[in-house]
Design a protein around this ligand. Structure first.
Ligand code: ADP
Ligand code: F6P
Length: 319
């Protein structure tokens, strides 16, 4: 392998820069040239490249987001778009591509592999909904961001004896909500994977307030319900003031945690080593603290249920 390409695609997350840095340094050590394409598959189809030498990736370890930028490209979902990308890669003499992104981006990686182009995927999504990796890049940082915010909100909630509904990301995944509820000591986590009875929750909350509790925190995964609707139901049922905080994209940014910096460095290095070893069409993931390669078609077919253990833990803890 003489030249490899790299893209970050889909939703950004903290640790992407650290991962690019590691992949570039690993490749340069092997005397392999590296280029990045701006804005994921969009830039790849256009050939919008940036040469990545060691200077290009210096000083980026601690920065959230992705300096290569990211995007969503409907065109790349089509076979024409995917062929265009392969043509571009060939035109630029690129022998292999590392793709960082969530399940959508990894489906795109599988499409390129099925067209015969050597790729390795890296799971990067705060939703932690990608199978065959214990953790995806960015999850730990997002959780730490959430916990910081919940702790702050708890202070003001208890000063005013209020109930707060805090909405976190995870359109179809309740991982962030359940883990954040467990780690912040919240009263409830409302997640897509588990049905809940709001009137029962309200009854329990009223009892807690009557027993002298001065605040309540309900972590809501986006997509389950509207925060305002939940808050209004609670207010009507227990009579206490309620407020809603939507954490939104705050969760996705910020300096990566040590865990994410290390995971990024390990995945970046392994992805290049996999490409060079001819281990293509796979995703590099973390399993029992080892970096493993799983075929992308298994990753895309597989269903991650990280919720199972977290939900059991939440249940035992009364969340
Ligand atoms: P994420 O990677 O964070 O899950 P998306 O689901 O938006 O984000 O996917 C990012 C991009 O990956 C899409 O804009 C599209 O270009 C590409 N992509 C998504 N799904 C597929 C698919 N099934 N086949 C080919 N490309 C896809
Ligand atoms: O990266 C995953 C995710 O954070 C989801 O939880 C969320 O619904 C989505 O991205 C929102 O991303 P955007 O606003 O960039 O479309």
């Amino acid at each position: 392998m003489k030249k490899i390409g790299l893209i970050t695609s889909g939703g950004d997350c903290s640790g992407m820069n650290a991962c690019i840095r590691s992949a570039v340094r690993t490749a340069l050590r092997m005397k392999i040239e590296v280029v990045g394409f701006r804005k994921g598959y969009l830039g790849l189809m256009k050939g919008d490249e940036i040469p990545l030498d060691s200077k290009a990736v210096s000083g980026i370890m601690h920065r959230g987001g992705t300096f290569l930028q990211t995007a969503r490209s409907p065109e790349f979902r089509t076979l024409e778009g995917q062929k265009k990308a392969v043509e571009m890669l060939k035109e630029k003499d690129i022998d292999g591509l590392v793709i960082l992104g969530g399940d959508g981006s990894l489906s795109g990686a599988l499409a390129l592999h099925q067209l015969g182009f050597p790729v390795v995927g890296i799971p990067a999504s705060i939703d932690n909904d990608i199978p065959f990796t214990d953790m995806a890049l960015g999850v730990d940082t997002a959780l730490n961001n959430i916990i910081y915010a919940v702790d702050c909100i708890k202070d003001t909630a208890s000063s005013h004896a209020r109930a707060f509904v805090i909405e976190v990301m995870g359109r179809n995944s309740g991982y962030l909500a359940s883990v954040a509820a467990i780690a912040s000591g919240a009263e409830y986590a409302l997640v897509p994977e588990r049905e809940f009875d709001l009137s029962e929750i309200c009854q329990q909350l009223r009892q807690r307030f009557e027993e002298g509790r001065d605040n309540a925190i309900i972590i809501l995964a986006e997509g389950v319900a509207k925060g305002e609707d939940i808050a209004n139901s609670i207010k009507d049922a227990i009579g206490f003031e309620t407020r809603v905080t939507v954490l939104g994209h705050y969760q996705r940014g910020g300096a990566p945690t040590v865990f994410d910096r290390l995971l990024a460095s390990r995945l970046g290095k392994s992805s290049v080593e996999m490409l060079v070893a001819g281990n293509h069409g796979v995703m590099a993931g973390l399993s029992c603290n080892n970096i493993i390669a799983t075929p992308l078609d298994e990753v895309i077919r597989g269903a991650k249920r990280p919720q199972d253990e977290m939900l059991r833990l939440a249940e035992v803890l009364g969340i």
